[in-house]
Design a protein around this ligand. Structure first.
Ligand SMILES: [Zn+2]
Length: 121
C-alpha cells in the first residue's frame, strides 16, 4: 500500500511503547497503529481527502474552464443538450459542468470537507 498523505510506498515497521505494531511512512513520517484505520501526523489525525486533493491539482484547468463558460455567456452562446432531434437548454451551473468534466464528485468533496472540519473542532 501507499502512504495516504504522500503516496510513497515504503513503511518502517515498529512497535510503540505499548508494544503495538506501527507503520511509519519513510518519506513523510505519517504513522498508523495496527488494528486502526486512523493515521497520525505528529499528534494530529490525518484525514485523507483524495477528492479535495484531486481538485486542488486541477485548479488551473478549473479556472480556465470557468473563464471559458463565462466567455460563452458573454458571447450569448448557450449550451444545449439533445435527445433525438429535440434540443433542450442546459440549466446546470458552471460549477456543475466543470466538476463533471474534471471528474469531481461534489458529494464526496462535501463529505471530505465535513470530516476535515470535524477533525479541527
Ligand atoms: Zn508519507
Amino acid at each position: 500500500m501507499n502512504c495516504p498523505q504522500c503516496n510513497y510506498d515504503g513503511f518502517e515497521e515498529r512497535v510503540n511503547d505499548n508494544l503495538t505494531p506501527m507503520k511509519i511512512c519513510r518519506q513523510c513520517g505519517l504513522r498508523n497503529e495496527a488494528g486502526s484505520d486512523k493515521w497520525f501526523d505528529g499528534d494530529k489525525e490525518f484525514i485523507p481527502t483524495p477528492m479535495c486533493d484531486k481538485l486542488a491539482k486541477m485548479d488551473t484547468q478549473r479556472l480556465v474552464l470557468h473563464e471559458f463558460l463565462e466567455w460563452l455567456d458573454q458571447q450569448k452562446i448557450s449550451l444545449a443538450g439533445y435527445e433525438g432531434h429535440t434540443m433542450y437548454p442546459i440549466t446546470k451551473s458552471h460549477e456543475e459542468i466543470v466538476f463533471k468534466f474534471l471528474g469531481i464528485d461534489e458529494r464526496v468533496l462535501e463529505s471530505e470537507r465535513k470530516k476535515l472540519m470535524e477533525s479541527i473542532r
